[in-house]
Design a protein around this ligand. Sequence first.
Ligand code: FES
Ligand code: FE2
Length: 456
Amino acid sequence: METAGSTPRPQPFAGDFRGYKQSRNAGADEELARIGPETSGGEYLRRFWHPVYLTDDLGELPEAIMILGEELVLFRYGDGDKIGLVHKYCPHRRASLEYGKCESNGIRCCYHGWLFAPDGEILETPAENSKAAEMVRERTRLGAYPVIEYRGLIFAYMGPPELQPDFPIYDAFEHEGMTSAPYKAPYKCNWIQVMDAILDPVHTTFLHGQNSHPQFSEGMKALGVLKFYERGENHFLGSATRRIGDNAWVRVNELVLPNFTQAGAAYAADGSEQRYFGRSCFTRWVVPVDDENSIVYAWANFGDRWDPHEYNTREGHEKIEQGEIMDRPLEERKRYPADSEAVEGMGPISTHKGENLMPTDRGISLYRRRMRKQIRDLTDGTEPPQPSRDHGHSVRTYGQDTILTLPPKGGDDQEYLRQITEAVMDLQFEAEALPDSERDPVIFERLRSLEQNGLG
Ligand code: FES
Ligand SMILES: [Fe+2]
């Protein structure tokens, strides 16, 4: 007797099957993806300040962390008010300083009690009074890095001390009417995969909108008219301008090399209500842990020009970061994938050489090309540019939502939206040299005038 399923049932499809031909793995983009010491990409990243921990997560005991492929220990000293960052293994016989004792002037190794200052100087070798100990104290140091604590994030500089740049102050750091909350979001993949999404405004429409229950505001389902901008040597903008009824909604994402990113609001803007230069829902850095893991350290931003205060919860921060909470059952992740699924799903290091970059991926091509150039320049001896404070003010950023009532005029509305985007961005570029206190009021005034008078 025949049972169901006992007969072979070839799928009735005759086509050009290429599985076999294409079964070999394409390679990764090693130059950008590798971040460890003694890689050219790692050397490049070591020229910048990076957030490495949340202040609130560092208690009275030392914490072992990995950043840029290096095993490190973060600890408190003084009255617990100061923070140090050192290599993990003691230079005596390699005990881990994760088990060290935090003291008023540094960290003491648990094994034989050597005491290290925050800059790695050996202050005490208590069991040793020998000549050898004196020599080791003079010649040897524990590896250590300078640290800055700022608004709930701990930043470190891991490059050559003589090249330590100023800590960059962005316009997004402090703002009247803005509340910020630090958060972190780990990703189980190479940092470039996480970075790519910021200059990819199309994924917002599909991943977060049409292919899911809308993860951000409903209006993001619409496909926008895209434009990409390069500002100076290290600043990239990707705008998507959507037509929502009579409104034109200009949403701008941005990236400052190597790893600073901002966008518009996640929930506060959906294109239906007027908004002038609403600012980014997050101010964030994508920090490589090792070649196959990264952590986003960020502030989520709340207020009238940011996201609603009701999202200022741990869950809210995760949703702002990537559309959903971070840890979800597999079935839910399959039904409603968000950024984690999209970027981790590529594998620990994506095989970039198997990509087919499209015109809508222009932002990604632009920033990767520039980063590659800066990596190669550094290898040849030219230091990369730091975030620019050309006008003596904070580093200017543009991540935003601007929503203007400018109804379609008849004719090619896509072209009209393109012109609106240009006008909105140009007036901001023109205002960037103004002092902080004048810049935003001038931008508001010019947007108002643009809305009232049209493009002229
Ligand atoms: S291993 Fe640290 S003091 Fe001996
Ligand atoms: Fe996303």
